[in-house]
Design a protein around this ligand. Structure first.
Ligand code: PXG
Ligand code: PLP
Length: 436
């Protein structure tokens, strides 16, 4: 059977190029994909930052199959099922501080928009009705829904779609003097002080929240400068602004700790997750709110049968996603995978910097935990072409990496062995040399 490629309009894909030269993945196991030619391809990106435990974990497969047969769907509005509560308790237990209340979504984009609505509603309920503006950060990625695009800071994701929220943006922290830093950069904490200027411009009484990724992901792995997140936290406290961490990539192990908040020692008021929550096996995200935020909604809800938060998705707390989440978090905790990431991160870091820093066109190498990226020099006036060409050459040699903008990104599975990391980074080094 030859497959008709016409009808499927692929997301975030060069559709015309893909359909000319398809990269079709048919099965997955552990750190390996099998493509439609039967080739084994090393997955160098944990799916899409989703599948740190490795693909097709039997624990998850079995839990999902059982759940499908037992309860395939349960209306999430005005009804509940036990696993939704069990998973929320487990998530809250894994969160730092008093991040104790879990609102389910189905993706990182829905988590972003949910967190923004939650922040605005919180201030409305407190009588601070003018606190509506959001502060994001340049190079930030908060998914593709309208709120997330407004606070996001990647120009290509914004330019055709218009603005729907009052926002402003902090500078990003990718300073030239930090190029080739191993781990957290030393320069840049002062950039958090820009929040002071934004507060002066707009007034703290008009700003609802600041939303940042504790470590930038999509823009090409931007670990926070030392001291930066603490300064943001201090300024949010000083001016009574909520701090939202978008941990869709950093949540559940990627940074060598359960959350980015733990890895960097700064606790937000709201923390967004998705991706790794179910190991990518079933779509699910969540927004985890502090006790104070949750209690404010409960205290202002009116009669107890009235909604406290007029928000939710048909598939919030989907039973199959909850089953996948419970199984995935059990594996993460039992196999101590955040600790494994912390222990193996120095090996990955050394590999990236030692093998890639001196290769042609490499302008920067960045890393933290099991996340690594390089920035490549533009090819003529086409900044996007070289990463695409390198990633295609790597695919042909049996390694999948993520390319986007002027970067190539790697995100080893939390269970990846050293020889597999050697293969991934070594193939990238070879392609950079040979495509010179
Ligand atoms: N917030 C953050 C911080 C993310 O990284 C989202 C929100 C949106 O999640 P959904 O599930 O709606 O896609 C993300 C997603 C990349 C890449 O190349 C990263 C994401 C998505 C696609 C590609 O790094 N992150
Ligand atoms: N559009 C229509 C017409 C709907 O009826 C619904 C949900 O009932 C939605 C959108 C929202 O869908 P979801 O809850 O899956 O986000």
């Amino acid at each position: 059977m030859t497959l008709n490629l016409d009808a499927y309009w692929m997301p975030y894909t060069g559709n015309r190029q893909f359909k000319r030269d398809p990269r079709m993945i048919e099965s997955a196991s552990g750190v390996w994909f099998t493509d439609s030619d039967g080739r084994q391809v090393l997955d160098g990106h944990s799916g899409l930052w989703t599948s740190g435990l490795g693909h097709a974990r039997p624990e998850i497969t079995e839990a999902v199959s059982r759940q499908m047969a037992e309860l395939d769907f349960c209306p999430p509005f005005q009804f509940g099922h036990p696993k939704a509560f069990e998973l929320a308790t487990k998530i809250a237990d894994l969160m730092p501080g008093d991040l104790n209340h879990v609102f389910y979504t189905n993706s990182g984009s829905e988590s972003a928009d949910t967190s923004l609505k939650m922040a605005r509603a919180y201030w409305q309920l407190k009588g601070e009705t003018r606190k509506t503006r959001f502060i994001g950060r340049l190079k930030g990625y908060h998914g593709v829904n309208y709120g997330g695009v407004a606070v996001g800071g990647i120009p290509a994701n914004k330019k055709l779609f218009g603005e729907v929220l009052e926002t402003d943006h902090l500078s990003h922290t990718m300073l030239p003097e930090n190029a080739f830093t191993r781990g957290m950069p030393t320069h840049g904490a002062h950039l958090a002080d820009e929040l002071e200027a934004l507060v002066e411009r707009y007034g703290a009484d008009t700003i609802a929240a600041v939303i940042v990724e504790p470590m930038g992901g999509s823009a090409g792995v931007l670990p926070p400068p030392q001291g930066y997140l603490q300064r943001l936290r201090d300024l949010c406290d000083k001016h009574d602004l909520l701090l939202i961490f978008d941990e869709v990539i950093t949540g559940f192990g990627r940074c060598g700790a359960m959350t980015g908040a733990d890895a960097f020692g700064v606790i937000p008021d709201i923390l967004n997750v998705a991706k790794q929550l179910t190991n990518g096996a079933v779509p699910m995200g969540a927004v985890i709110a502090s006790t104070e935020i949750h209690q404010t909604f409960m205290d202002n809800g009116g009669a107890d049968y009235v909604l406290e938060f007029a928000h939710g998705y048909t598939y919030s707390a989907h039973p199959v996603a909850c089953a996948a989440g419970l199984a995935a978090l059990d594996v993460l905790v039992e196999e101590q995978l955040p600790q494994r990431v912390a222990e193996e991160a120095p090996y990955f870091e050394a590999l990236l910097h030692d093998q890639l820093s001196d290769k042609p066109f490499v302008l920067d190498v960045r890393n933290f935990g099991f996340a690594g990226a390089i920035t490549l020099e533009a090819k003529g006036d086409e900044p996007l072409r070289r990463p695409f060409e390198i990633a295609m050459a790597m695919w042909k040699r049996g390694v999948l990496v993520r390319y986007g903008g002027d970067t190539i990104q790697m995100a080893p599975h939390f269970v990846m062995q050293r020889e597999q990391m050697d293969q991934m980074v070594g193939t990238l080094a070879d392609c950079l040399t040979e495509l010179n």
